[in-house]
Design a protein around this ligand. Structure first.
Ligand code: NAD
Length: 427
């Protein structure tokens, strides 16, 4: 709290400068941070640089917004002055998952710090190392105590952060069930809570789409090559119009089968292992349930026997019906389900027919169609003829069970402030 008071008392542009200096140090340290997450998390080293770069870009972005923390004047009465100011909460708690350790650690401390808060960051118990390295780095350019990294599991460290009365603002990224638990536990100290939760995201392919580009994007958007599918935004349900189904399938399968599995530290590796043996077994349980429930396995489906580590082959199913577990639940692994559709209404029902509502992507050359479908989808982030990439400054977050609140944009910055209204009576 002491560090926070000093930090909030600094001129905004001074805070911005410190955040930019931190971003610069993160970039300088990129090779080490890349290596840490490749070893600790299993993210292929070839994609790690982009993770670090993205994390650092949020520090720069929010540093650039410090002068936008504006209030308003409100003409509530004649002759008096009514205005609002945005003030920091004090200490913000941020709890993050294992799938993008260094990127999330940078990205998710940026907005609260820019708004004048201190941050207590809890990395996932599976991947604490890069956050700890960042904590040491923060000490070089930020005041001591401003960024604290607390390691440990959810039940002890996580729950202690959620229960702490001095933390009035909490942001959680993780699974739906944990998010619900966090929201319930936060009620005791009446925290303001935002949640970034899971997804079961549809990719929608119209018959007029460019089939090669769509098949390629289906693979990249599934994040096989970044996180073995362990990303909240992965397009794990692919809804293809029946007219394009066979040509799409042929191209998609060829690309999926070409993905090179291997150790994350090998620069040739395109897809690494899953995070733990428990999670691998959970993903394999979904694969078994799909086969038992009558889905058709088109590719993968096994644990490669010739590799040490928690690998699961990139796996593709079709003939999946709503109601099957793999059609509805987030698997958070390299498992994709394909559906063929005939009519737009039927496709929309499928797309919206899950509890999640994080992202969706639409492939069509008819932009009117693209806009119409974007409007009809119950999700928080849509691409038309694109996917996967987050654009800095565009609000990201979920509808329905996928979360509460928006990040990666000015909305996120504002969410780390409280509004105070001052009425000055001059009459
Ligand atoms: P998780 O919910 O198991 O854990 C996330 C974090 O919460 C970890 O740090 C964990 O230690 C902590 N935690 C667990 N129980 C807690 C408790 N009772 N109180 C406080 N903290 C607790 O999630 P995970 O398995 O690490 O990550 C996968 C999930 O995260 C997926 O569902 C994925 O979709 C989601 N995710 C969402 C986004 C998004 O932006 N929407 C981004 C990445 C991941």
């Amino acid at each position: 709290l002491r560090a926070q008071r000093d930090w909030a008392a600094r001129q905004p542009l001074e805070r911005a400068e410190a955040l930019r200096a931190f971003a610069a140090r993160v970039r300088e340290l990129a090779p080490e941070l890349c290596r840490i997450d490749a070893e600790d998390c299993g993210i292929p080293i070839r994609t790690m640089e982009a993770e670090v770069r993205t994390g650092a870009s949020y520090l720069d972005y929010f540093a650039g917004l410090v002068l936008e923390l504006k209030g308003q004047t409100i003409p509530a009465t004649v002759g008096n002055l009514h205005y609002t100011v945005r003030e920091p909460f004090g200490v913000v708690g941020r709890i993050i998952p294992y799938n993008h350790p260094v990127m999330f650690a940078c990205e998710k401390i940026a907005a609260p710090l820019a708004a004048g808060n201190a941050v207590v960051l809890k990395p996932a118990e599976q991947t604490p190392l890069s956050a700890l390295r960042l904590a040491a780095l923060a000490l070089e350019v930020l005041p001591p105590g401003l960024v604290s990294v607390l390691t440990g599991d959810g039940q002890t460290t996580g729950a202690a952060i959620v229960a702490h009365p001095a933390i009035q603002r909490l942001a959680f990224t993780g699974g739906v069930a944990t998010g619900q638990e966090v929201l319930r536990a936060s009620a005791a100290s009446l925290k303001e809570v935002s949640l970034e939760l899971g997804g079961k995201n549809p990719m929608i392919v119209f018959p007029d789409a460019a089939v090669d580009a769509a098949a390629e994007a289906a693979v990249t958007g599934m994040n096989f090559q970044i996180s073995a599918g362990q990303s909240c935004g992965s397009n794990s349900r692919i809804l293809v119009h029946r007219d394009l189904y066979e040509p799409f399938l042929e191209r998609f399968l060829a690309r999926v089968r070409a993905i090179r599995l291997g150790p994350a530290v090998d620069p040739q590796t395109e897809m690494g292992p899953l995070i733990t043996d428990t999670h691998r077994d959970r993903v394999c349980g979904y694969i078994r349930s799909a086969t038992e429930e009558g889905a058709r396995l088109l590719s993968g489906g096994s644990v490669p026997q010739d590799r040490a580590g928690y690998f699961v082959e990139p796996t593709v199913f079709d003939r999946v019906s709503p109601g099957m577990r793999i059609a509805e639940e987030e698997i958070f692994g390299p498992v994709v389900t394909l559906f063929a559709w005939d009519h737009v209404d039927e496709m929309l029902q499928l797309a919206n027919g899950v509890r999640y509502g994080l992202t969706a992507n639409i492939w069509t050359n008819d932009l009117r169609q693209g806009h119409r479908v974007a409007a009809a989808l119950e999700v928080g982030y849509v691409w038309v003829n694109g996917n996967g990439r987050h654009y800095v400054g565009t609000p990201f977050g979920g509808y329905k069970a996928s979360g509460i609140g928006r990040e990666e944009s000015i909305d996120e910055l504002f969410s780390y402030t409280r509004v105070k209204t001052v009425n000055v009576i001059l009459e």
